[in-house]
Design a protein around this ligand. Sequence first.
Ligand code: G6Q
Length: 545
Amino acid sequence: MSVQALHLRPAWAALKKHHQKVRRVQLRQLFAKDRERGTRLAIEAAGIYLDYSKNRITDETLGLLVQLAQESGLRDRIDAMFRGDKINTSEQRAVLHVALRAPRGASIIHDGQNVVPEVHAVLDRMATFAERVRSGAWQGHTGKRIRNVINIGIGGSDLGPVMAYEALKHYSERAMTFRFVSNVDGTDFAEAVQALDPAETLFIVSSKTFTTLETMTNAHTARDWLLSGLNNEPSATAKHFVAVSTNAEKVAEFGIDTANMFGFWDWVGGRYSMDSAIGLSTMLAIGPDNFRAMLEGFHEVDEHFRTAPFERNLPVLMGLLAIWYNNFFGAQTIAVLPYEQYLKRFPAYLQQLTMESNGKHVTLDGRPVNYDTGPVYWGEPGTNGQHSFYQLIHQGTRLIPCDFIAFARTLNPLGRHHDMLLANVFAQTEALAFGKTAKQVEAEGTPEWLVPHRLFEGNRPSNTILLDELTPAALGKLVALYEHSVFTQGAIWQIDSFDQWGVELGKALAQRIIPELEDVAEPKLEHDSSTNALIRRYRKMKGGT
Ligand code: G6Q
């Protein structure tokens, strides 16, 4: 189905007009008018409760947003993804991360072949390997068991594994140490191996391409570190290095036996790969059963996304609300605020998922967009954020829609902590929505001159996402929720949410400058005057002259 340019879709024009009408409407009025609003504008599906009533929307807004999704061909795009069509058009690739969590026995066809059996074959190999390492059956070169696992990877080959390890630490094997090296800054590696015994350390080199500068540099440094700790016996690498990659040739070239390589496929994008073999460190930490439970959580939300009508579809609604604020209110950012310490890396993970996916300036057919695309996602766990940047959300001049994420049960019940934590979630969303009027502030006995400083306008929108408990399945559900919200937004903007040419540029740029920094002879520099001067200064400074 061909989709009209965004500004030509009738719902777009209607939303523009509608926005003029409702932009000043206060949440206070909306709640006063409809006593059921707080339960009416809430959905429960796949074990996730989404309260979206504290958004600056009316029933008409919702109707028009759903109409926009329909006119944007969202249904066809969803079907095309699940069917294995090459919807990543600029790279001519299918986008099938949903196949990574399809149950055994399901069928998802790519290039005429069902990929689900391959997915499960890799999962089974990962499980066997993970069991061997966790039980001590897999021994290091000197016969010691593996106690430390270090994942070396960057971007999509790092952020998911780090986030998932932190998120699911409660379920992890505490007798083992898990660390993650991503940055080419040598400090990252140096700190990661601090106090570790090479004889007990396993490196997982995670790289889809196995050519990424940072990862390959760290992998070589890791090999040197390992060998220097193990009498420089080259055969030692076999028991201490495994690879996760799509590039068997490069893995072999590095010296890792491809029998110890766990594969995935070009239809898995880096930022969509934490549930593929890239999650090997996660599986080593939490065990195969928990990993499979996480995949089931992902799958439950995939099915919900695929089948639920748009007006009852959690990721679709979240995506549409993001569009509403981004494109009609001009909001530049969305804050994600997990009230769960284990989710401390979740906002960082989401930054890649959302911004690498939807930070695009042309449509699928290469025409420049004339509307804003991907908003900036950011955030920190509550309640810490409340003591810093929440000030700007409450009383600043910018509109910042927020996602509050919370769990009904804590994994660490300690006295009254959890009730206090959740009281903060509810209090914050309430304060953001309804604020505090001058009258209320005055009634507290505030002197007149102080009233303007102490009043809160309110009308700051938020979603509240509530789940039972942070289980592996719950984590899978949350990630899938955001993946599909990103998909929804990308479909409306008609952009390719699955390429990343901006990242590719970064990968190439530094290559040219590295020799200019390392050459003993003064290099001939042909950059702009600023870059030339910086390179010269750095060369001088590092030489200490
Ligand atoms: C993700 C991006 C990017 C990628 C890294 C690592 O979607 O493509 O973040 O994951 O650049 O790439 P490799 O896995 O190939 O090392």
